[in-house]
Design a protein around this ligand. Sequence first.
Ligand SMILES: Cc1cc2nc3c(=O)[nH]c(=O)nc-3n(C[C@H](O)[C@H](O)[C@H](O)COP(=O)(O)O)c2cc1C
Length: 215
Amino acid sequence: MDLDKLMSKHLTRAFDPTKTIPEETLQQLLKFLRSTPSSTNIQPNHFYVIATAEGKEHLVANLGERFQDNGGKILNSSHTIILTTRADLPESHIKEVFDKETADGRFADPAKRALWQSMTRDFLNLRNYGYKDLNHWMEKQTYMALGMTMMAAAELGVEAMPLEGFDPTSVDKAFKIRETGHTTTVLLALGYPDLTRVYTDPISRFEPDRLFTFA
Ligand SMILES: Cc1cc2nc3c(=O)[nH]c(=O)nc-3n(C[C@H](O)[C@H](O)[C@H](O)COP(=O)(O)O)c2cc1C
């Protein structure tokens, strides 16, 4: 990965519609996305991988009236992922996580497993009833998966463009997402840049002394 290049480039606003991510590369990226960590291993996500022209058109038609300028980015992408997050956290989900950890052999020692599960429940109670930020906390996990996947895409030579410009209620409805207990958090358009439409003006970021405090 060329970090210097990454640091000086704009996110890709214009994709080349003639280019598709090879299946092997896509599978590697999805494998990476699946591997991204989450706090307490809560894994609050489901991902919709929109690959077909019909799927992309359906998504674009449901971005919401004020977000039509994002339509072209999605239509010209190779794939666009809808990253969704649980809208609530039922006991069935917690049990699913614990059962999968057990099946995967995460804790061979039953005492360690019991301690982990009790610490997890304490932490979830704190988020739910103490800090009252359970949904926000779960969506933070989604953003971490988003950021890490953007970096993985760069490593694989794929351009990744996150999109927050959409109406989540409209996208949820279009893909029947709320029915699954999830809600749309963010979109990630993936593909290859249209080389005739690459921004060449410099990127703008705050200076280091505005950003960093050393203590
Ligand atoms: C999480 C996230 C969501 C974004 N959503 C959109 C979007 O919906 N539409 C868009 O055109 N740009 C979107 N952007 C791009 C930002 O506006 C852009 O990265 C920022 O203005 C800096 O510009 P640069 O990447 O060209 O340096 C998004 C960026 C991030 C990180």
